[in-house]
Design a protein around this ligand. Structure first.
Ligand SMILES: [Zn+2]
Length: 86
């Protein structure tokens, strides 16, 4: 890839870690019980490198609910709902 900027297109999911532009491989589903109803899921995307870091960040706060591969997440029913619910 010649120009890394072009990787940040709308339909390429990018890792949510600060400053990271790697393609996302994992979806971290989380919920902050102080802000969200229990069934609600917020999602962070993570590349291979940041999955650990991001899930720890959510894990120590007790927010982390689920870690699934992006492919698996997109195959789940209702995945579009949570994606639109930022
Ligand atoms: Zn990353």
């Amino acid at each position: 890839m010649i120009n890394p900027e072009s990787a940040e297109s709308a339909d390429t999911p990018i890792c949510s870690a600060k400053g990271c532009r790697a393609a996302a491989v994992w979806v971290l589903a989380w919920n902050n019980p102080k802000l969200h109803t229990p069934e609600r899921r917020k999602t962070w995307l993570a590349c291979e490198e940041h999955r650990e870091h991001l899930s720890q960040f959510l894990g120590v706060r007790g927010f982390l609910k689920d870690v699934v591969s992006l492919a698996e997440w997109e195959a789940r029913p209702g995945a579009e709902d949570s994606a639109a619910d930022r």
